[in-house]
Design a binder for this molecule. Structure first.
Ligand SMILES: C[S@@+](CC[C@H](N)C(=O)[O-])C[C@H]1O[C@@H](n2cnc3c(N)ncnc32)[C@H](O)[C@@H]1O
Length: 299
């Protein structure tokens, strides 16, 4: 039999995953939006295009695909290479803290380790369930919506300066049926929240320095610049979050904030702030917490 295209030789799910991983490596793609290597990225996209669950029993990897299925998978894998868009933008969805979220290029692709913290009830730092929660710099709304799902009695504000991000967050509020308890608010840090106060402020703000942002791989350039870059050392928004937090937190309240790889920059600005750096089981770092009382005493 004469094969017309090299891809005609790909018969099984496994063949497609292997081919995709080879092409991804050949093209020098960058990972970091849900997976961290070519094989996992190819596996994820292949199974998604075939409408199969990610925990597919291995025996089905040997299944033969139809020619229509093969074309659909190859089209998706090729578009990952041609566009350099993160996989989540190509399929319009990502899982965060065990929940599905709609995403597009108006929001950062959710990947904060804070998801793990939410699922473990912020243990051991949070005493009891918080009633009023603020997800500051909410993007897709993933952090605040996951908090609302974890604490069914809570009321949650999702705040962002970007109206595009808020449109996505509203879609996700609706998707999870949380319109009664979760609201999306346009706000420049705290300026837009009226006089609301909170038991818990959780935030994954922009924290990348300008020079670092300019050197990021192409995949990150598809994410809104305003979601990543925050001044020369990346700490411009973090500074506003810290200084305004005492007024927004109720007595005994907690601020939890991600600064990712910018821990050095954070320490340089606030060398004596008594923050606790959180350890994660499933990877990630650069997330600190501080109580209202410690903030008031130290700022
Ligand atoms: C790193 S993204 C985080 C998105 C989401 N929380 C997550 O973890 O996926 C930061 C978000 O902060 C928003 N942002 C940037 N500057 C802001 C400001 N001055 N006030 C409020 N939100 C801001 C951006 O629009 C973006 O959605």
């Amino acid at each position: 039999m004469i094969r017309r295209f090299e891809t005609d030789a790909l018969n099984t799910v496994r063949d497609l995953v292997r081919w995709g991983a080879s092409r991804f490596r050949e093209a020098g793609l960058h990972y970091g939006h849900g997976t961290d290597n070519a094989l996992d990225e190819a596996y994820f996209l292949t199974l998604w295009a075939l409408h199969l669950p990610m925990d597919l029993p291995a025996i089905y990897l040997e299944s033969t695909v139809t020619s229509a299925e093969r074309s659909a998978v190859i089209k998706l894998l090729r578009s990952r290479i041609a566009t350099r868009k993160p996989a989540a933008y190509l399929i319009g969805e990502i899982e965060f803290a065990g929940m599905p979220f709609f995403v597009d290029d108006r929001v950062l692709v959710p990947r904060s380790p804070i998801g793990e913290l939410i699922r473990r009830d912020f243990e051991p730092w949070l005493q009891g369930a918080p009633e009023r929660i603020l997800d500051l710099c909410t993007g897709s709304g993933c952090i605040g919506i996951a908090c609302a799902s974890q604490y069914p009695q809570s009321e949650v504000d999702l705040a962002d300066i970007s109206s595009g991000a808020l449109a996505v967050a509203r879609k996700n509020i609706k998707r999870h049926g949380l319109e009664q308890r979760v609201r999306a608010v346009r706000s420049d840090v705290y300026d837009g929240l009226g006089d609301a106060t909170y038991d818990l402020i959780v935030t994954n703000p922009p924290y990348v320095g300008t020079a670092e942002w300019k050197g990021l791989p192409e995949e990150y350039r598809h994410e809104p610049r305003i979601a990543l870059e925050a001044g020369s050392d990346g700490m411009d928004i973090v500074e506003r979050i810290l200084t305004g937090a005492p007024e927004r937190l109720r007595p005994g309240g907690l601020l939890i904030c991600e600064v990712g790889d910018s821990v050095e920059e954070f320490d340089a600005r606030w060398p004596r702030l008594p923050v606790t750096w959180i350890e994660f089981e499933h990877g990630g770092d650069g997330v600190f917490l501080i109580s209202r009382e410690d903030l008031v005493a130290s700022l």
